[in-house]
Design a protein around this ligand. Structure first.
Ligand code: NAD
Length: 501
């Protein structure tokens, strides 16, 4: 059965932040839209607010007065669901409670035609569970928008066990008509984005718990890797209560799989009412607005001319060292078949992290983080071995500074911050793919469009190396001996393939 919703009249139920945005997008795409909310006057208020917003855009020259008038004329507010008997699509954006959503859809089945598509904007409830009890469960599908709806391009089209593939396909096409980028997802806890994104927060929270660095340093490292906001400032913006409850719901929904254990650091903030920007304080203090804390600065050395230097390993980092040394007319040797990547300075080593700590690797050793961003001035984490001499502990970062990086010292934590965060995002995405939640392309699109990641997890994997990712995760697993760092069977399988060719 193929189905088109192109010209279908739409009912949006719930006129809160999401419902209002969905009504706007549907009306702008030419649909006639009815808006309903059980709270007295809420639908009218939402429409008035939308009128103000759109007129504001007209004043700025971004939207014609005619387009605004047309959009608004397509939206009507209703006070009883029965008025929506003729719609071809319902999009539900009410309170995030299973009973309320089930009750609403059961009530709607008594009103709308048998072929009307029912879509839920739930961000965390099982689509399969919402459909349970419906007369026609095959027509219920998830249509998960992101906030703010008019700006965020991603729509997760979520199929439950009973969702008809033709219904999911129709919502997929409709989302494109609405100017969105849809991605198919299977109904599993967190769907795609809210599941794969967990390690972005969790790894930083784990590093904070073990006192590896300050929020400002961790944020700076991940911003340098291309993320628009570091995890701490992002959690402060989202609100720790909201972020914590998503983590908790993914944890519970996965039968308390330790991979998803929430953080004590974040619970402490929630318990203390330090919810982030909205309460004036979270990781950062917003009493004086949003400010960026100052970080430690390391002056670069002049590359010396007398030392015995070796560039170990292959790839962009090794090439960068070699180019910099060549430019400084420095004599050095390349050791391309080394089992590590980095710089040997007489007896000392400055190594790209492979998941083992510098201390595990030796005495005159320092490790540095995965440099996803090779541009000059990019912040890069590093850590010396606990046993390193004072001269190597102060010398190592200068070699990074000499390459143009802004080195930031962390405690000697395995995988530092960017390497372990990216490896864990890849690992979670790999599990999602193996479990049929989404395709690799779907995961890439979802993370770039749903949470503005600079690249998708499988794009990072393509630019890295499956064996190196698995080795890093195994080292973390060995160090922490929990379930959090267990390697996805999907990745493990591919790392074997790489080894055997
Ligand atoms: P909100 O609190 O701003 O709005 C919910 C609205 O639904 C309220 O106006 C409320 O009066 C109304 N409502 C509650 N029960 C109702 C019922 N039985 N019938 C009709 N109206 C009812 O919430 P929101 O942030 O817009 O979220 C709505 C849904 O969208 C939730 O399922 C949420 O999980 C999901 N969602 C939210 C976001 C987000 O960032 N806020 C993102 C994606 C999905």
């Amino acid at each position: 059965m193929s189905k088109t919703l192109k010209d279908a009249p739409v009912l949006v139920v719930g006129a809160g932040i999401m419902g209002a945005g969905i009504a706007q997008v549907a009306a702008q795409a030419g649909h006639s839209v009815q808006l309903f909310d059980t709270r007295d006057g809420a639908a009218e208020q939402a429409k008035n607010k939308l009128a103000q917003t759109l007129q504001g855009l007209t004043a700025k020259g971004k939207l014609s007065a005619e387009a605004v008038a047309q959009t608004l004329s397509r939206i009507t507010t209703i006070t009883a669901l029965e008025e929506a008997a003729g719609v071809g699509l319902v999009v539900e954006a009410i309170v995030e409670k299973l009973d309320a959503k089930r009750g609403l859809f059961q009530q709607l089945e008594a009103v709308v035609a048998a072929d009307c598509v029912l879509a839920t904007n739930t961000s965390s409830i099982s689509v399969t569970a919402i459909a349970n009890g419906l007369q026609y469960p095959a027509r219920l599908v998830g249509m998960h928008f992101f906030n703010p709806v008019p700006l965020m391009k991603l729509v997760e089209v979520v199929s439950g066990l009973q969702t008809d593939a033709a219904v999911a396909a129709a919502i997929f096409e409709l989302s494109k008509d609405w100017g969105k980028v849809p991605v198919h997802a299977r109904s599993t806890p967190g769907f795609i984005v809210n599941r794969i994104a967990r390690p972005y927060y969790a790894e930083t929270l784990a590093l904070l718990q073990e006192q590896a660095a300050t929020p400002a340093v961790l944020d700076a490292c991940l911003r340098a890797a291309g993320f628009r906001m570091g995890p701490c400032e992002l959690m402060d913006l989202i609100g720790h209560d909201t972020n914590f409850s998503v983590t908790q719901s993914v944890f519970e929904a996965n039968f308390y799989d330790k991979r998803f254990v929430p953080s004590l650091v974040q619970r402490e903030l929630v318990d203390g009412g330090l919810l982030g920007r909205k309460s004036g304080r979270g990781f950062y203090d917003y009493a004086n607005g949003v400010t960026t804390p100052e970080l430690e600065k390391v002056a670069p050395v002049q590359l010396p001319t007398t030392q015995l230097l070796r560039v170990h390993g292959q790839g962009p980092v090794a090439d960068r060292w070699a180019a910099a040394l060549k430019q400084a007319e420095q004599v050095f040797l390349r050791v391309p078949n080394s089992d590590w990547v980095g710089l040997g300075v007489e007896g000392a080593q400055l190594r790209l992290t492979d998941g083992r700590t510098a201390t595990e690797l030796g005495v005159e050793v320092a490790v540095f983080d995965l440099p996803l961003n090779m541009t000059s001035g990019a912040t890069l984490a590093w850590a010396p071995s606990l046993h390193a001499s004072a001269s190597w502990a102060s010398g190592a970062p200068q070699w990074l500074a000499a390459l143009g990086f802004k080195p930031q010292r962390l405690a000697d934590a395995p995988g530092l911050v960017v390497a372990r965060t990216i490896a864990m995002l890849i690992n979670e995405a790999a599990d999602a793919v193996q479990q049929g939640v989404c395709t690799p392309d779907g995961a890439n699109a979802a993370m770039k469009l749903g949470v503005n990641y600079p690249a998708g997890p499988f794009e990072w994997l393509a630019g890295w190396n499956t064996n190196a990712v698995v080795r890093l995760l195994d080292a973390l697993d060995l160090r922490y001996r929990g379930e959090r760092y267990r390697v996805s069977p999907w990745l493990r399988q591919r790392s074997h393939q790489e080894t055997s060719v």
